[in-house]
Design a protein around this ligand. Structure first.
Ligand code: FAD
Length: 315
């Protein structure tokens, strides 16, 4: 993928960051305000997450409950194009299997192509709030590998309903997710890495990892991937903690562990958790840069003040 090869060719680590599309009803100003201060540090690319529908409960006067399907953060493709055009930086929209048919996916990819977006992070997505476990759309995909296959087929001019005579679409460069601490649904490490390998064999060109807070997890993961024949770049994903709540929420939500030392530091300085998080991520980043990773991928929740502090210290 060009966005990563450029960093490799330059022989120095770049950074990238991930933003959420605005909440429904919000305009683009907040997202531009989050990006503006980071542009002088020359990000390699920006990722935009994809959000499936959620469920809203409304209490009825008779004591019953009414359920509504709601989409709180639509607009991934539109906001990605707006950012790419405004800043001239490569944008990587995410695309998921959850809630989408193959036809929906194809239409989305066609829109992306028309808008000049040719990078995509292919994910399965999580279960919806009314499911106990992930259920594929009846005309969709059960695993991210199947989504990668669909995109790779489209790159060859094969569409869901057959081939077209002449295909003038540009090719998509496909990235996928990997889990240094093992995906929570995986039977074991070995099968999780086998499934990652499947995504690469299907046409994915790089991996972005789930967040981790202890670099040895990443280094072990990379070693295991290499042993399993996965040769593509593996971009480390980092998240600075910024609230005491993160100490519980992050392990629960993302099936990751927080080192005791980080938890101790945060609890010892409850009014300075942000600074503790920034310092921790800077230290992690320095070690990863020294190990020669091409890109550092920072997770944000669309507030980037701590990411600004981090990149100011590093780039
Ligand atoms: P998969 O690769 O399909 O793997 C999911 C599970 O199924 C794993 O346990 C795997 O081992 C197993 N598996 C895979 N193939 C098979 C098979 N053939 N047979 C049996 N088991 C199999 N979610 C969003 O909704 N929107 C986002 O924008 C988003 N961005 C993300 C970005 C990154 C960098 C990461 C790391 C995650 C992101 N997620 C996002 C979360 C992601 O959707 C969830 O972690 C989801 O549960 C798994 O997605 P996946 O693409 O890794 O799935």
């Amino acid at each position: 993928p060009e966005i990563i090869n450029e960093a490799i060719a330059a022989g120095r680590t770049r950074f990238a960051f991930e933003l959420l599309p605005p909440l429904k009803g919000d305009g683009m100003q907040k997202i531009f305000a989050a990006i503006d201060p980071l542009m002088p540090f020359d990000p390699a690319y920006i990722n935009i997450t994809y959000h499936r529908e959620g469920i809203k409960e409304t209490a009825l006067p008779d004591g019953g409950i009414e359920w509504h399907v709601v989409r709180r953060r639509p607009g991934t493709v539109g906001i990605s194009a707006a950012i790419q055009h405004r800043y001239g930086v490569e944008v990587v929209p995410h695309l998921i299997c959850g809630g989408l048919s193959k036809y929906d996916i194809e239409d989305t990819l066609i829109d992306m192509d028309f808008l000049g977006l040719h990078n995509v992070l292919a994910l399965r997505g999580d279960r919806s709030q009314n499911e106990r476990r992930f259920m594929p759309h009846p005309q969709g995909h059960a695993h991210a590998a199947d989504l990668v296959r669909q995109i790779a087929a489209m790159n060859r001019g094969e569409f869901v309903d057959g081939e077209v005579e002449e295909c003038h679409h540009s090719k998509f460069s496909i990235g996928v997710a990997g889990y240094p601490e093992v995906h929570f649904e995986a039977r074991d490490v070995t099968s999780d890495i086998r499934h990652l390998r499947e995504k690469i064999d299907a046409g994915a060109e790089y991996v972005i990892t789930q967040m981790f807070f202890d670099n040895s997890r990443y280094f072990d993961f990379v070693r295991r991937c290499r042993e399993a024949g996965i040769a593509v770049p593996i971009i480390p994903g980092l998240k600075p903690i910024s609230t005491l709540r993160h100490l519980e929420v992050l392990p629960e939500t993302f099936a990751v562990t927080l080192p005791e030392e980080l938890v101790r530091e945060a609890k010892a300085h409850p009014e300075h958790v942000r600074e503790v998080g920034v310092e921790w991520t800077v230290a992690q980043s320095r070690e990863l840069m020294a190990a020669g990773v091409p890109v550092l991928h920072y997770y944000t929740m669309s507030r980037t003040t701590n990411i600004q502090q981090i990149v100011k210290a590093l780039f």
